[in-house]
Design a protein around this ligand. Sequence first.
Ligand code: FES
Length: 182
Amino acid sequence: MADAVFVGMPKRLVAVSIDGRDVEVTEGSTILEACRRMSIDTPTLCQLDTLAPVNVCRVCVVELEGSRVLVPACSRKVEAGMKIRTDSERVNHSRRLVLELLASSVDMSLCAPQVQAWMTRYGATPSRFGTGAATVAQPVKVDNELYVRDYSRCILCYKCVEACGVEAQNTFAIGVAGRGAR
Ligand code: FES
């Protein structure tokens, strides 16, 4: 008799509606994954496929019918029947504000081109929070040629923090302090 091979339970599909279009995604997927499935470009800063969501940047938020608050697409799992909007005025306003606040406190000029594209898309105007960005008045820290820290350009994505944490290195070498304009 052949040995039994355990292949696990097949994953069910979950039907949701995003921006008025129906889509089925695998149970356990996030809203972000469902959006990607539909080629809806969703801004993210702190999300990385290989790390558990830390939910700190809030630039990925979407509107979920029945929810009083906007929900983070990167961590909220899909549930059958969800009605999600990624393009409402409320979503756009929230994303714009997140990008404006970030860009008003750090220098985003050399940031990833994709972040610049999101700033343009959402009409972010960081100057309305003051003229000068870069409130992080610290010299660039050069530990060695592979490890250079310029906090005036840090967009607080937490990826370096998380990479040093329990999911990867377990060194806890980097933390976050001094968030905000002051
Ligand atoms: S990408 Fe979702 S909270 Fe940062």
